[in-house]
Design a protein around this ligand. Structure first.
Ligand SMILES: Cc1cc2nc3c(=O)[nH]c(=O)nc-3n(C[C@H](O)[C@H](O)[C@H](O)COP(=O)(O)OP(=O)(O)OC[C@H]3O[C@@H](n4cnc5c(N)ncnc54)[C@H](O)[C@@H]3O)c2cc1C
Length: 272
């Protein structure tokens, strides 16, 4: 099989997509696409190539039934720039390979994240991790921004002073805050990228990392549109039921099934 070239992915290759105030994501390269997933799956089933409809059905079948290894045959490489606090959440996804800028070798740029007005909110009362949905008054948001800006410029001024005094870069940088931007090359296979996206597109993930996940989701969609559609259908927008909830739902549907063909259909899907 020749190397898979996906026109939609070629069109976005190497283009910087801005995220937050100074960040970006760039798709550096990709290997494979929907065709590679199908070819890999057919090797394991010992079948030849079929038409587009069968290929799509196969990809949906694989996703629905957690036959995930064919999705690992597709690889995406990103170049991304993000605040360090975003990088700390991102790096928890261990099934990727990365190379990050080194503050021991390089002088870190004077680039810090400041939340956009509208994103500065109080601690959420309903969740231990999140923010309140309501905006703070503009004046209060302005005060928060001033505090953040002041601390950032003071930390960077001290960093520069230590560098001027000849202090080692690896030491001069240690008081720089989590809002400082870092960047890395990050390579991951499509199965694990979907896992990353499921967790980081979720409303429970922090707003800032979600912005990166949104851009990367579009990139994954460009590389493997059918696989992405299957991911949206069977994983991203699907729900997992507990045993108890499933049993309650089955009981309800059984009571409706005698009079409603829809209920009978849903019941049979649920018990498949
Ligand atoms: C909303 C949200 C809140 C979070 N809050 C916290 C928090 O408060 N504190 C905190 O520490 N983390 C937190 N995390 C991080 C979370 O616990 C996971 O570390 C992170 O989401 C990566 O998930 P993962 O391990 O499944 O992914 P990956 O590291 O990509 O791993 C994918 C899968 O591979 C397997 N795997 C990979 N490496 C190993 C290994 N070494 N051993 C065994 N199996 C492995 C696991 O099955 C894993 O699910 C949070 C994540 C989210 C999305």
């Amino acid at each position: 099989m020749p190397r898979i070239v996906v026109p939609e992915a070629e069109a976005i290759l190497d283009r910087e997509y801005p995220v937050l105030d100074h960040g970006f994501v760039r798709l550096v390269d990709y290997l494979g696409g929907d065709g590679r997933i199908v070819a890999a799956a057919r090797v394991s089933y010992g079948q030849g190539t079929n038409g587009a409809r069968e290929d799509k059905a196969l990809i949906h079948y694989l996703m629905r039934n957690l036959h995930t290894s064919p999705f690992e045959q597709v690889i995406l490489s990103f170049h991304a720039k993000m605040p360090i606090f975003v990088a700390r959440q991102w790096v928890r996804h261990r099934t990727a390979r990365l190379n990050e800028i080194s503050g021991r070798y390089s002088v870190m740029a004077d680039e810090f994240y400041l939340p956009a007005v509208g994103q500065i909110r109080r601690q959420g009362s309903g969740s231990k991790q999140g923010r309140e949905p309501q905006d703070l008054p503009q004046e209060l948001q302005g005060q928060v921004l001033e505090i953040l800006k002041h601390d950032q410029s003071s930390a960077y001024a001290s960093y520069e002073e230590l560098l001027r005094d000849g202090i080692a870069r690896e030491l001069a940088r240690i008081n720089l805050p989590l809002t400082l931007y870092t960047q890395w090359y990050w390579q991951i296979d499509l199965h694990n990228l979907f896992h990353f996206l499921r967790l980081r597109l979720d409303s429970h993930a922090q707003h800032e990392i979600r912005q990166y996940a949104h851009v990367m989701a579009q990139m994954a969609k460009a590389v493997a549109p059918v696989a992405f559609e299957a991911f949206e259908e069977h994983v991203l927008n699907a729900a997992r039921l507990s045993k108890t909830l499933k049993e309650r739902l089955q009981k309800l549907l059984r009571s409706l099934a005698t009079t409603s063909p829809d209920a009978a259909d849903i019941l049979s899907d649920l018990e498949r």
